[in-house]
Design a protein around this ligand. Sequence first.
Ligand code: BES
Ligand code: MN
Ligand code: ZN
Length: 499
Amino acid sequence: MDFELKTLDLAGAATEKSDVLLVLVTDGFQAGKDPVSRLVSAALAGRDLETKPGKLLQAYRSEGIAATRVILAGAGDGSGKKMHAAVQAAASLLRNGTARKLTIVLPAQAGAEAVRAAVCGTAESSYVYIATKSKPEARELKKVVIGVADAAAQRQAFLRAKAAAVGIEFARELGNLPPNYATPTRLGEEAVKLARAHGFKAEVFGPKEVAKIGMGSFMSVAKGSAEPLRFITLRHDGGAKGEAPVVLVGKGITFDTGGISIKPSAEMDEMKYDMGGAASVLGTFRAIAELKPRLNVIGLIPACENMPDGASYKPGDILTSLSGQTIEVLNTDAEGRLILCDALTYAERFKPRAVIDVATLTGACVVALGGVRSGLFATDDELAGQLMAAGEAALDPCWRMPLDDEYGEGLKTNFADVANVAGRAGGAVTAAKFLHRFAQNYPWAHLDIAGTAWKGGPAKGSTGRPVGLLLEYLLRQEAAGAGKAADRKGAKARGRAAA
Ligand code: BES
Ligand code: MN
Ligand code: ZN
């Protein structure tokens, strides 16, 4: 899909040729003397349109308007969230339709959040999965013009929103692929493809290399599967040489049967989404490719299946992790933490400024937070605050959860340094406490996306979360770093002037 940013007021919007013109109408709508204004004013006066988000009114071949179809959409107070809801409601009218060109005209006072909502909202609601359909009906919408009061002023917001949309869609597509397509091998290939196309460095390890490194915990989870494991490293060296990187770690269980502690059959197909963390790391790199931030970013993805088999790891097994800590397996369905712990230890070698792992880790997190906010755990208040703020801005929110040591008590065992599960109570927190043991040597955050990575039911599908959050966090880190670099330069110049 092709997006274009244009300076456009309501009068300009009336003359813009397109299949559909979408007008976002906020509280206190200011009418001009143009045909679009007349239409909106009449609809508001006749109470056939309200400014409440979600309220829609359509018109066909309306007098003085070049677009074939007009959709008026209430957008409330014009906040990012309301705008997003309005765009989504309107754009879903176009799904399975024939519209190829859409023009969206934003209110005159609209800022960066509104631009983001318009771009991401249309991308999101026009996405169709076709990869494994025999008669694919692809997305009809080809071109979206975003009309704002001052295109130059919104240029950066527009480019960032486009990058987010591309990254989110990449993650959704990978997430939605069936588990016999999105294998660990395929994830490795996708990483290499991304690297070749956009100038990242990629390194993909198989079972031999992983054994040599000593990732005994990760290797054990993969034992029952006929699909060989992969350990993927992606690097974006956008920052200064030697500058400490941000490391993103994504859980890449391409199918989670539970292993010997097998899951019930109902909805087990959804465990293809258990690589949502990995998909979000790859999606974030896809977005990074668009913007090339001046920042060093490393992505780490342990990828394998969790299957029952004669060769599977089993309850009672003691694993030796890369950190040296021994782990007693009490439930083979708590496999995510077992692949992540070795990746977290591996992350130490990059001397990171922060490590953020992303994982569909626990059903308990779905119980705690549902599908609205991802669970956020962090050892560092500053990092936690940055991720919270990024999530709010990107409309991809999270919520901080605790890490008190008392939550780790249940992981004690007589036979190893730690057990892989505690009791049922506080399951999202005890899982995080397990990971915490392996993330002692850098500022660390963990995002449990079990409730947010995909939707079930009739709208079943990957959401691409938390690509929006991660990208926003990285861009803010870049801005902060640029600020610091400017300070250093300034100080140097001042030093020279003084001398
Ligand atoms: N991938 C699942 C977590 C999950 C379950 C995410 C349902 C989304 C929906 C994870 O590997 C898992 O099975 N966790 C267990 C942990 C338990 C055995 C301590 C869980 O949550 O039931
Ligand atoms: Mn599991
Ligand atoms: Zn899992």
